[in-house]
Write a protein that binds this ligand. Structure first.
Ligand code: CP
Length: 339
């Protein structure tokens, strides 16, 4: 296994922070680990603290299994469900539901664990407040050990890393076309996954098309980064509101529902004409160039994507989810010096 360059930041909280080269190195290390799982236990005696404020299947399980398989001990905590309810705000009078402040709980956990990880979804009422990621940043500033984001308002970097690995695993992605396709949902979902998926596609050297209804743009800072990174690689970023034409000749379709920044917290239209126009269907996939279908999961069948697509040969969603395990191993090895 080749050694990687030192991480430019102690924490792994955004796919952009370490740069495109470091993300590709990590994705390729994960590919190596998938092909040849390590026989030794390079993280023997280390502990990994996994803190969740929201539900998870893949993130929780992949990090638990990755930790154990490398010899480390995973500790999983669901804040407020088996632990005390937490507070993050400075100077607040703690006379509500929260019994413990991150200023104590995180330093305590950092005495037990060699790396800490947090999932904290946005509150969903103000994008200006949410995009500052107050929970994640309060958690980081109280931790003396490296912190991994397991999804915050701004990104889901571990999912993005697995997406990047999947793109590089399936075929050489450079110069191919990646369509990030907005999809219907009953809720105004966070933008973390589409942000990280867009970043992963650009890091992979693909031409990125974002197909979304008016009012459903990604965060301007994320778009600016994607455009700059795409330009650096001689690639393009296109935004369209035409699902009738966006899939023509695409090599990868990544479907995802997300909420509107223009009407933050408001669920998208629910009428059947709107849903039919934006749901991912076999007819849309037929317009691609034998394109792959990706989704981070969990997914609502026949609302986001039709059964025929999800169960069809183009779908790589289970491989994508498996790759969460291998990328979690690569990340832990990188952060804990197990290489
Ligand atoms: N894709 C993903 O993060 O899945 P979970 O929410 O189940 O962890």
């Amino acid at each position: 296994m080749s050694a990687l360059a030192a991480a430019p930041s102690r924490d792994f909280v955004d796919l952009r922070d370490w740069g495109a080269g470091a993300a590709i190195d990590l994705a390729d290390l994960a590919l190596q680990l998938k092909r040849r799982p390590p026989r030794s236990r390079p993280l023997e005696g280390r502990s990994v603290g996994l803190c969740f404020m929201n539900p998870s299947l893949r993130t929780q399980t992949s990090f638990q299994v990755a930790s154990a398989s490398l010899g480390a001990h995973p500790v999983t905590l669901h804040f407020g469900n088996g632990t005390w309810n937490m507070e993050w705000r400075d100077g607040t009078v703690m006379d509500g539901q929260a019994s413990e402040h991150l200023k104590e709980s995180v330093p305590v956990l950092a005495r037990y664990c060699d790396v800490l990880a947090l999932r904290a979804f946005p509150a969903g009422t103000s994008w200006a407040d949410d995009k500052a990621d107050p929970w994640l940043n309060a958690f980081r500033s109280s931790s003396r050990v490296p912190v991994i984001s397991l999804e915050s308002a701004m990104g889901h970097p571990c999912q993005g890393l697995a997406d990047l690995m999947t793109l590089r695993e399936k075929a050489d992605p450079v110069g191919k076309r990646f369509v990030l396709a907005w999809a219907p949902h009953i809720k105004a979902l966070p933008l973390a996954v589409p942000h990280s998926a867009a970043q992963a596609a650009v890091i992979a050297g693909m031409d990125l098309t974002i197909c979304r209804p008016e009012g459903y743009d990604l965060d301007p800072g994320v778009m600016e980064w994607c455009r700059a990174e795409a330009a650096r690689q001689g690639r393009s970023v296109t935004v369209t509101d035409s699902p009738e034409t966006a899939f023509d000749g695409a090599h990868v379709v990544y479907a995802k529902a997300w909420g509107s920044l223009a009407s933050y917290g408001v669920p998208p239209p629910q009428d059947s004409a709107f849903r039919d126009r934006w749901r991912m269907t076999a007819a849309k996939m037929a317009k691609t160039k034998a394109g792959l279908f990706m989704h981070c999961l969990p997914v609502r069948r026949n609302l986001v994507v039709d059964d025929a697509v999800l169960d069809g040969p183009a779908s790589v969603v289970i491989d994508q989810a498996e790759n969460r395990l291998h990328t979690a191993k690569a990340l832990l090895l990188k952060l804990l010096g197990g290489l």
